[in-house]
Design a protein around this ligand. Structure first.
Ligand code: BGC
Length: 414
């Protein structure tokens, strides 16, 4: 039987969201533009969290959370290059105050996938000065919000972003890498007047983007520290746990994939992190023949393996927090078990000596899932997109009881 997990008394229990997935009404950014072009589903008013955050934070409080991770929207804050909107910054000051009066610790993410149009249309992360521009933006935000928050994450899931935008071609800017076609050896055969659906890219572009993102983080780190020396700066890294079992070939494959997905990026930024955020969704064991229960998105449910994801990041010896872990489950029939498994996995990592300071379930509210729209339901709180009414799901109360017991009641049928 497991040792009881040692969750510290000041552990941060909460949920996460990102601006464009819940706020609504952001039109001057690349995803909104892609939606207007019919390349991704429309976002529109989303959950209208921009106007309803007080109501939502009342629920957060009622659910026993003591932390909340959210992102601020670059396109609102810097709508034109070098022009910062005081109104937008004031809005986020109000959001932070609303958290503080409820005793909820904020974790602010400065960039969660969406780009202001002036930036994306002038080359985005391919611009030579992109890291400087990003660092300037981060510095300005922290100058304003620094007095109200300790935790600032620069970039959410840099490798996912680069791979979906420059390899798989499913997110803006929709560049696709095909090993042969991407090198220009084979050109796509197009009918007369037909436009190529995606731009074919070489892997060099993908590597360049990853490098630019690492540089952007490192520059932003220094800017943030200059504005607010006490800020705890992190990057949020999606870790896919690759394992190989007993077979040496599978072990080699797992090593290569963990290196490619996690270590090769983290080694560039880890020194400039005071803490590191983990997003965990996927476990891959080469040669695995087991079948797993699936989420609504057909992702395998292996929540306990978050323990391995935490151990993977622990090699950098920085305090870790779980910035996201969760599932799409419209019926709410698997979410409670998933949360229990996640907390169990974190507890095991704590018992192995890994420093973990928080757990934010993804997501607080149902929201716009990239690039699938509003069909998939990740929320502890259900959102009716016609009326914008919120309904707390039963699993949210299970999470509440886990929080109240500090993760010691996982064997009970809570
Ligand atoms: C992202 C979220 C997303 C979630 C579920 C994470 O990769 O940070 O924005 O909604 O996964 O797909």
């Amino acid at each position: 039987m497991d040792q009881k997990p040692l969750f510290p008394k000041d552990f941060h229990w909460g949920a996460a969201s990102s601006a464009f997935q819940v706020e609504g009404g952001i039109e001057n950014m690349d995803w909104a533009q892609a939606a207007r072009e019919g390349r991704v589903p429309l976002i529109g008013a989303a959950c209208d969290h921009y106007h309803r955050y007080n109501e939502d934070f009342d629920l957060v409080k009622e659910l026993g959370h003591n932390a909340y991770r959210f992102s601020v929207e670059w396109a609102r804050i810097e709508p034109e290059e070098g022009v910062f909107s005081e109104d937008a910054l004031e809005h986020y000051v109000e959001v932070l105050r609303a958290l503080h009066v409820r005793g909820i610790t904020p974790y602010v993410t400065l960039w969660h996938f969406t780009l202001p149009l002036w930036f994306s249309e002038s080359g985005g992360w391919e611009r030579k000065d992109a890291p400087q521009l990003f660092a300037r933006y981060c510095g300005r935000v922290v100058q304003k919000l620094g007095p109200l928050s300790t935790h600032f994450a620069t970039i959410n899931e840099p490798v996912v972003y680069a791979s979906n935008g420059w390899i798989r071609g499913i997110w803006p800017p929709f560049h696709i890498f095909s090993p042969i076609r991407g090198m220009g050896i084979i050109k796509p055969v197009l009918e007369k007047d037909e436009q190529p659906a995606k731009t074919l890219y070489t892997p060099r572009a993908y590597v360049r983007i990853r490098r630019a993102l690492a540089r952007a983080h490192n520059r932003a780190y220094h800017r943030i520290k200059a504005e607010c020396p006490t800020a705890q700066v992190s990057i949020v890294k999606n870790v896919i746990v690759f394992e190989g079992g007993g077979n040496p070939v599978h072990r080699l494959m797992a090593f290569v994939m963990n290196y490619h997905w996690t270590f090769s990026f983290m080694r560039k930024v880890a020194k400039r992190c005071d803490e590191i955020g983990l997003n965990y969704y996927f476990y891959r064991r080469f040669g695995d023949t087991a079948t797993y229960e699936k989420t609504d998105m057909h992702w395998d449910m292996v929540p306990e393996k978050i323990e391995s994801a935490l151990c993977i990041l622990w090699r950098y010896k920085k305090p870790l927090y779980v910035a996201e872990a969760g599932l799409a489950d419209a019926a709410d029939s698997r979410r409670a078990a998933y949360i229990r498994g996640t907390v169990r996995g974190i507890g095991r990592a704590l018992n192995r000596g890994v420093t973990v300071t928080g757990c934010m379930y993804w997501s607080l509210l149902d929201n716009y899932e990239l690039a699938a729209g509003f069909e998939y339901r990740f929320g502890l709180i259900e959102v009716n997109y016609d009326t914008l009414e919120r309904t707390v799901r039963p699993s949210a109360y299970v999470y509440k009881s886990i929080i109240e017991a500090h993760g010691t009641n996982l064997e009970d049928s809570v």
